[in-house]
Design a protein around this ligand. Structure first.
Ligand SMILES: [Cu+2]
Length: 104
């Protein structure tokens, strides 16, 4: 019985660790000339990675805050969200592409 309770506690610990990791990192796909999801919310200090799945380059650009430069086809770019705020960004190559990063 005691062993079973300990096993349950260990599993709960793994769940919490997974949750913490989820808050510490997020991924945004760039696919079909769109960011998916368009709005992503993370905790301060989280690493956010954009993965370009299109066969041509894109950027992730929030003027004055962050700018990936060209992300080639199949490549990714990671930004560490250091400051709380709401950051609207675009792709400078396709300015109709819009996304928002919310840092809590
Ligand atoms: Cu683009």
């Amino acid at each position: 019985m005691r062993r079973r309770a300990l096993a349950a506690l260990a599993l709960a610990g793994v769940g919490l660790a997974a949750l913490a990791a989820e808050r510490a990192a997020a991924t945004v796909a760039i696919d079909g000339t769109r960011y998916a999801p368009e709005v992503v919310t993370v905790k301060r200090g989280a690493r956010v990675t954009w993965k370009n799945q299109d066969p041509f380059p894109h950027t992730v650009t929030a003027r004055g805050t962050f700018d990936s430069g060209d992300i080639a086809a199949g490549k990714s770019w990671t930004f560490t969200a250091g400051k709380a705020g709401r950051y609207d960004y675009i792709c400078t190559l396709h300015p109709t592409m819009k996304g928002t990063l919310v840092v809590e």
